[in-house]
Design a protein around this ligand. Structure first.
Ligand code: GRF
Length: 196
């Protein structure tokens, strides 16, 4: 039976689109839900156009009530019974309670060569440090922010004159290669690391 895969987004959802488009043919997984925490997330229309069910759990009415937000998130997710949850540009920090509930099933893509630069502004930080290369990582989600086991990384050179935007665009192209590769392996039960 194919693995049911839910994808969580906050924005444009370009990674989500590449994941959905990859889950065809003999792929061991199929998309079951695209869920956004922002009703304005551009990825919602793209998911609907791809024929994937969508849902929104808006974080704003919950204010500081993180447990309330995550309770609703878990309720909606559970209703779609995902075997795998892919965070793809999902910009909410998740609490240990939520992560523990779904641990072992949840992946994230992060735009840096972890363990370097967890958190935000990764490209500006890589440029500020004078790094010769940058990249992205797909990792299992654990209670430590951007800290779970790394399942794959892709590298790009930093070029003279790079700005955070130009570097981000180069890294994003690699995100679109790496995440589908890692998802396919993960859905097959392969958690060994790949470097591309
Ligand atoms: C990606 O760079 C992802 O790594 C980061 O947010 C961006 C999301 O882009 N966390 P998209 O929504 O997949 O286009």
């Amino acid at each position: 039976m194919s693995k049911r895969t839910a994808i969580l987004i906050s924005g444009g959802g370009s990674n989500m689109v590449t994941l959905v488009q990859s889950m065809v043919g003999d792929h061991p997984a199929r998309p079951c839900l695209v869920l956004a925490n922002d009703p304005g997330a551009g990825g919602l229309d793209k998911a609907a156009a791809l024929g994937v069910p969508t849902a929104v759990v808006d974080h704003r009415p919950f204010g500081r009530d993180r447990a309330g937000f995550e309770g609703e998130l878990s309720r909606v997710l559970a209703a779609h019974a995902p075997d795998i949850i892919c965070l793809a540009g999902f910009m909410r920090v998740l609490t240990p309670d939520f992560v523990t509930r779904w641990q072992g099933r949840m992946l994230n893509i992060h735009p840096s060569l972890l363990p370097k630069y967890p958190g935000l502004h990764t490209h500006a930080r890589a440029l500020g440090a004078g790094d010769a290369e940058a990249g992205c990582s797909v990792h299992e989600v654990t209670a430590e922010l951007d800290g779970g086991p790394i399942l794959g990384q892709a590298r790009v050179p930093v070029l003279p004159g790079d700005t955070p935007d130009s570097l981000s665009a180069r890294v994003l192209m690699q995100e679109h290669r790496l995440y589908p590769m890692v998802l396919r392996r993960f859905a097959d039960g392969d958690r060994s690391r790949i470097d591309i």
